[in-house]
Write a protein that binds this ligand. Sequence first.
Ligand SMILES: [Zn+2]
Length: 247
Amino acid sequence: MTNVVDPADTEHRFRRNGQDLRVRVVGLDEGGERGHLLLFGAVADGCLVRVHSRCLYGEALRSQDCDCGPELDKALDLIQAAGSGVLVYLEQEGRGAGLIAKALGYRESERSGADTFTSYETLGYPADARTYLATARALADLGLRSVQLLTNNPAKVEALRQEGLQVTAVPLRTRALSERARDYLEAKRTRRKHWIPTDAAPWALDQADAASPMTDEPSAVDPVVITPGENIRPRPGPGAAPDLIGA
Ligand SMILES: [Zn+2]
């Protein structure tokens, strides 16, 4: 973890959705993982954690081609509702390859019809160059031994688990904003084993419903408890089994 100032000296008010929270900021720049940890409220064992990679298009520009913006919004909504939690915001645009690579990948997918992972590989980029080990260490350095990780991505769970953290994975449900976003989610599910609902998937809703705000969405499916030494496998709760695809 890298920080030139005491995190306590960064504490300030943060207002979103009409609600104030205290936030502290910790820098991270280690092993190719660069970004910040935003510590909301009183961070303690079992708190909500979102490890999020930067997506200029989806977040700042509100592109409807991916689910990054809705995922970030949903994660922050949940952290605010809980009154505390950690957002790790990583400068890993384009799954770690950068914005130019991402643009080349989009263009290649447009040309060939292949999914985003295949397009990256066609262009000579890794399908996903991101790592999370320094992030995991930074979380452990905060004194955390257990977290509720807001993610659909088994690779993030595994990285935190390797650092000795007990992880309860809480898959995030977001509503696909377009046909292309739906295809992207499907590629993440089939190519990277993300835990994304299938039968009851948000994108199965009709178009009119899909265009409505996401305020009525369930916040998450049943949590998955994963402790060091266990295989990563979602634990479907009652009625949730058809929704989840395991690792
Ligand atoms: Zn995105």
